[in-house]
Design a protein around this ligand. Sequence first.
Ligand code: ATP
Ligand code: MG
Length: 329
Amino acid sequence: MNTPVLSVRDLVIDFEGRPAQPALVQGVNFDVLPGQSVALIGESGCGKTLTSLAILGLLPPRMRVASGSIVLGGVDVLRASERKLRDLRGRTIGAIFQEPMSSLNPTMTVGDQIGESRRLHLGESRRSARVKAVELLDRVGIPNAGERARAYPHELSGGMQQRVMIAAAIACDPAIVLADEPTTALDATVQADILQLLEDLRKDLGLGILFVTHDLGVVADFCEQVVVMYAGHVVERAGTDALFGTPRHPYTEALLGAVPQAGRARTMLSVVPGRVPPSGSLPEGCRFRPRCGYALEPCRHAQHGNTSDVHFTFCDRVADGDLVLGSKS
Ligand SMILES: Nc1ncnc2c1ncn2[C@@H]1O[C@H](COP(=O)(O)OP(=O)(O)OP(=O)(O)O)[C@@H](O)[C@H]1O
Ligand SMILES: [Mg+2]
């Protein structure tokens, strides 16, 4: 059996000490298998970053995982000590965020930053870590890696900084990389190069990748599985072809709205009329109901019937067989 490198089950994230407040994230279930690329999509405020931070054991103060489980490389993240979490963050999971400069240390050369991770997590000597850092910079496509290793982050372009982040993320041979909007701050050609680099690393190193993105082109081109979140919940989860070809949840259909299928141009999520409700003012019943073109009276009392695990859909009408969205293929 192919054991997942990341397994998230029934995740609930809420504010500590405020039990009356509805959860920020609830009902999140998905796996990432070794070498598999999984996309996490949904409009702004749907809970993608909170889910990612919970996986890293880095939720903001006052927020907590109230229930559920997160297993990373066989380790229960929610029961891990702070020390174990630090170890997991280097050795099992690497993280890449949107703004490389917010994660890189401006006072340290990029070579030292990458080497430090190996010294810390693998106990490597300074000399050997330095050699490995140059190798890694070369692997992520930085020209003259030996020389660039001595540069400070601000001396590099945005695209090069993101490559450094990727080198740092894979420095200790993690099993999975979490990339939260890793290319949003970059211009289009650099974006494409960075995405290709991640794809090459996935194939060459068998890395699992959890990709948080608004870019459906990235999903179509690079991801095998898609997890769609709405207002803190996973509303649909399926293989990429199934999700693009026959979306089953009205929210997914709305997000895919204008995506051309042939040629699969790089297209952002479509604009769905209305807004994601904040966790403090969720509608009763189905959370998507006020924006859903298919909503009926019973959706006010939705129980959220679940459909198959292979193509999961969080909609009572779909679960009842009452609603089948039109095929887009
Ligand atoms: N530090 C925080 N304090 C209070 N509420 C927060 C905090 N961070 C996130 N939230 C709330 O949690 C919800 C989920 O936010 P999250 O950042 O996970 O969304 P997201 O899906 O990553 O959005 P985006 O696409 O804009 O990055 C939102 O309603 C947001 O307002
Ligand atoms: Mg986010």
